[in-house]
Design a protein. Structure first.
Length: 74
């Protein structure tokens, strides 16, 4: 249960990083809500490939990419 107490601050930090990317990263600034499905589908395929490879660090990285795309505001 102690991990649950760290979830809210960690998620808030993630949202702050994503927000900063939206402000500072040219690629992120160009993204629109309509672009989200394409990027999520691409990342989902990459998660599948990472799972098939059985490489936990790759799986974690690709799942992180999915989460970041899901957090990008439109």
């Amino acid at each position: 249960m102690s991990d649950d107490t760290n979830a809210a601050p960690a998620f808030a930090k993630l949202l702050a990083v994503v927000s900063e990317l939206r402000e500072r990263c040219p690629w992120d600034r160009e993204q629109k809500l309509a672009d989200t499905p394409r990027h999520l589908i691409e990342e989902a395929y990459e998660v599948g490939a990472a799972i098939a490879s059985g490489n936990p660090p790759d799986i974690a990285e690709e799942l992180g990419d999915v989460i970041v795309h899901a957090c990008l505001p439109g």
